[in-house]
Design a protein around this ligand. Structure first.
Ligand code: DNO
Length: 348
């Protein structure tokens, strides 16, 4: 595996110079979120981003994400044109030599939390989710990493359209998209990596489908090609205790279909209720060693990144994307990898 770190571009309060001081991190994951989903990301933009990374001694290992326009997910009449836009961006990523493009097929919202700064006992803050609080959440406020923001009116319209769609219709729209996008990814030499739904259950009456081992398998078979792969996120899928993350990582990594790995931990606090925690197994409900071992045993060579961290030591950065806890996470996951490596050499 290659240890990478998410950087939101020149406006990110975390700088490439800071990331450079984290031991073992050699790659950057970035994006061009200022370009809306109905516009092509030019190859020059990808090249500029790659040059910034290279100037600090990094490679640019993935774009997270090229957003999929909502009208594609909703299967609206203009979807062919919008898929054309996505494909052009994909070709441009290929031209710039970017090996992986991440995206998601979550309708209306990307990941959802109900509190962006839950105070933990140690004084740090973390992202948390409580299903019961969702109904009263102001969804028009801007959340980090979202490509779409809503006014009360546009939100109402989006919710109505999204709620009208059945799970099977969403599957059909995903298949329609993949059938047109995967061949272009192959030509462009770019691996596609879908991010699972976060949290992995329907929210606000909106269907969610990339939620479980069974559904990941169904997803891969929609277009059963190597370039149609996963950005396996331990914390997103792991929010449902029925999802056995080490088993899911082992199975799909052995198939060579995980093109990007997001590693983080969460702590269950109730039914459909959790907060994010430090990466260490001892701090959360997931067994990070077993997850890393699954990747190691199956010879995973793709980019892996520590995912969300708590905000620590008074830092003021994007919720979930501070510097310090993610740096600790990067060191921890390399420690686990080294342990797995030594066990293997020792025949264990
Ligand atoms: C959250 C991220 C997601 C992810 C997208 C991929 O922190 O993991 O926003 O980048 O879902 O398209």
């Amino acid at each position: 595996m290659k240890v990478t770190f998410r950087w939101f571009g020149p406006d990110d309060p975390v700088t490439l110079g800071e990331i450079r001081q984290i031991p073992g991190v050699t790659g950057i994951i970035t994006s061009a979120f200022d370009i809306p989903a109905d516009q092509v990301v030019p190859s020059e933009r990808f090249e500029e981003l790659a040059a910034l990374c290279e100037a600090e001694g990094f490679t640019l290992d993935a774009i997270e994400s090229i957003p999929v326009h909502e009208d594609i997910k909703l299967g609206r009449d203009n979807r062919d044109e919008l898929i054309g836009v996505f494909n052009e961006s994909l070709r441009n990523a290929g031209k710039a030599g970017i090996p992986v493009v991440c995206y998601n097929f979550m309708l209306a919202f990307d990941w959802i939390r109900t509190d962006l700064a839950m105070k933990l006992d140690d004084g740090s803050t973390a992202l948390s989710y409580n299903h019961k609080d969702l109904e009263t959440l102001d969804l028009t406020r801007e959340l980090p990493a979202w490509s779409t923001t809503y006014t009360p009116e546009t939100l109402e319209a989006m919710l109505a359209a999204a709620r009208a769609l059945s799970e099977e219709e969403l599957w059909a729209n995903l298949q329609y998209f993949l059938e047109r996008v995967v061949p272009v990814a192959e030509e462009a030499g770019v691996l596609l990596a879908i991010h699972p739904d976060d949290p992995p259950w329907p929210v606000l009456g909106i269907p969610r489908i990339i939620t479980s081992e069974e559904n990941l398998d169904r997803f891969l078979r929609l277009v059963d090609r190597h370039h149609n792969g996963l950005a396996l996120c331990s914390g997103s899928l792991g929010a449902n205790p029925d999802n056995d993350i080490p088993q899911i990582a082992r199975r799909f990594s052995a198939e060579g279909r995980i093109h990007f790995a997001h590693i983080r931990n969460i702590r269950f606090t109730g039914e459909k209720e959790f907060h994010e925690s430090a990466h260490l197994s001892s701090e959360g409900s997931l067994d990070l060693f077993e997850i890393i071992k699954a990747y190691h045993d199956t010879g995973f060579t793709g980019p892996m990144r520590p995912d969300h961290g708590r905000n620590l030591w008074g830092e003021e950065r994007k919720p979930g994307y501070g510097l310090f806890d993610r740096a600790i996470g990067a060191a921890y996951l390399q420690g686990l990898w080294e342990g797995a490596e030594k066990m293997k050499k020792g025949g264990k």
